[in-house]
Design a protein around this ligand. Structure first.
Ligand SMILES: [Zn+2]
Length: 454
């Protein structure tokens, strides 16, 4: 899913949802071919030609990135590792404040004074909880999403429009969160002990619901989407789409330049709302082969049903997560429930405790969720290379993605922190593919100075 600038960062419960959306909508990746290419390559008679040196080609591409640019990108991305920790700690601290000073209990009391209707009490509690939590985590959110992005030259927005996007995100979170919390607490009250099994089911259904409505009702709140127009670009792309069995009307462009210069594309939607969207930066900054390889990647997500597969894989994590959540809540309540003035697991005032446990769970699972995503991204890379057959265009796009993703990490670093393959992994895959398809070589693309474009 396309992130509006940076994900609205004060919504930790919702940030988990965004994580799910990321798997379904993921910006792009790169791969390498083990299988046959889609179009049979003309039999090469160039047996006499010198063997293509994959490693040398990869190094040539990596060298196109100026050292200063590389240093900036590395600093930005590595700083992001720490932000995973700080985000978790900040969320946990805020939740602890809500419990320790019994603010959570007071919000519940207020909700109970306003109405006797339980579902409405839950919703009223949620509104207070969400606003207070958002305000308290706002300073970190502004640093992370605004000042830090500007510092690295990755945000085009001034504070006003940025704040407008945050407010819209907050409102969406408020509404969606209420839609989730009301049935969830209803289940806890009715089912008692086994609530967590059905709770996980509700959570998965909710995630599917959000993914379903996101392209139609949420994404347009941040950007303008319209069907791709320019026929020089649409003709080859729509041809590719038809060849891959994708309804042509599902290819859109959107004005991501409103937020940043990042090139990106995504597949979003579910059960009929699926669409492939390219951002305007990609259209402005990239050559046709680069756009084609990116679209091939996105079509890979679509054809390989990554949205559904992501939902299933993350669904497993959610079920285990709810078991952990159930245990964690009982553990916390047994020790501190009285002190926090929480009556039990059916009491909405327990929400900050639940948030701590659930956030901890997904914090610890960072390498797992990243690997689920990264693996699908690699598959989409493979698909894109085989479909578009533009390994040099692919390598150039991989370089552009290096503006905000470290190009050349160590293998463990990539395993833990990368939700997409690194630039080196992707360019290596592209060059490996090229080595087996020498007719696909594109000298123009190879010589193109990607980093002067900015
Ligand atoms: Zn992707």
């Amino acid at each position: 899913m396309a992130k509006p600038g940076k994900p609205v960062n004060f919504l930790f419960l919702l940030s988990f949802l965004l994580t799910i959306l990321l798997f379904t909508g993921v910006a792009f990746a790169k791969a390498d071919a083990l299988g046959a290419s889609v179009a049979p390559a003309t039999p090469t008679t160039a047996a006499a030609a010198p063997a293509f040196d994959i490693q040398a080609a990869v190094d040539t591409y990596l060298a196109k990135m100026p050292p200063a640019e590389r240093a900036r990108s590395d600093a930005y991305f590595e700083g992001g590792y720490w932000l995973i920790l700080w985000d978790f700690l900040a969320a946990a601290l805020v939740m602890w404040l809500l419990l320790h000073f019994r603010w959570s209990a007071r919000m519940r009391n207020l909700a109970e004074r306003v109405t006797r209707f339980r579902p409405l009490q839950t919703a009223l509690y949620w509104v207070q909880f969400f606003i207070v939590a958002s305000v308290l985590t706002f300073p970190l959110g502004v640093y992370e999403g605004y000042f830090r992005e500007h510092k690295y030259g990755l945000l085009n927005q001034t504070f006003g429009p940025w704040m407008r996007d945050q407010t819209v995100g907050l409102t969406v979170g408020l509404v969606l969160g209420a839609i989730l919390m009301v049935p969830l607490f209803g289940l806890v009250r009715r089912l008692g002990k086994n609530w967590w099994v059905w709770g996980a089911v509700v959570m998965i259904m909710f995630a599917a619901f959000v993914i379903l409505i996101a392209p139609v009702y949420i994404a347009p709140l941040f950007n303008t989407y319209r069907p791709l127009q320019d026929s020089r670009i649409t003709d080859p792309i729509l041809s590719m789409a038809r060849a891959n069995g994708i309804p042509a009307s599902n290819v859109y462009e959107f004005d991501a330049s409103r937020q940043s210069n990042r090139v990106s594309a995504n597949v979003s939607g579910f059960a009929g709302t699926e669409r492939i969207s390219l951002n305007d930066n990609l259209l402005k900054r990239c050559t046709l082969p680069e756009i084609e390889t990116t679209m091939g990647h996105e079509m890979g997500h679509y054809v390989l049903n990554h949205g559904y597969k992501g939902l299933v894989m993350n669904g497993v994590l959610i079920v285990i997560g709810f078991a952990f959540l159930n245990w964690g809540i009982h553990f916390g309540l047994a020790r501190w429930g009285g002190k926090w003035d929480i009556r039990g697991i059916t009491d909405v005032a327990v929400l900050p405790l639940a948030a701590i446990v659930f956030t901890l769970y997904f914090f610890l699972l960072t390498p797992v969720t990243n690997t689920i995503s990264r693996t699908m991204e690699y598959e989409a890379d493979m698909y894109g290379l085989n479909t578009a057959q533009q390994p040099d265009g692919e390598a150039n796009v991989d370089l552009m993605l290096g503006e905000y993703r470290k190009m050349d990490p160590g293998p463990i670093e990539e395993f833990i922190f990368f939700d997409h393959p690194s630039g080196r992994t992707r360019i290596t895959a592209a060059m490996r593919w090229k080595a087996e398809h020498p007719q696909s070589a594109s000298p123009d693309e190879m010589a193109r100075p990607v980093f002067n474009a900015k």
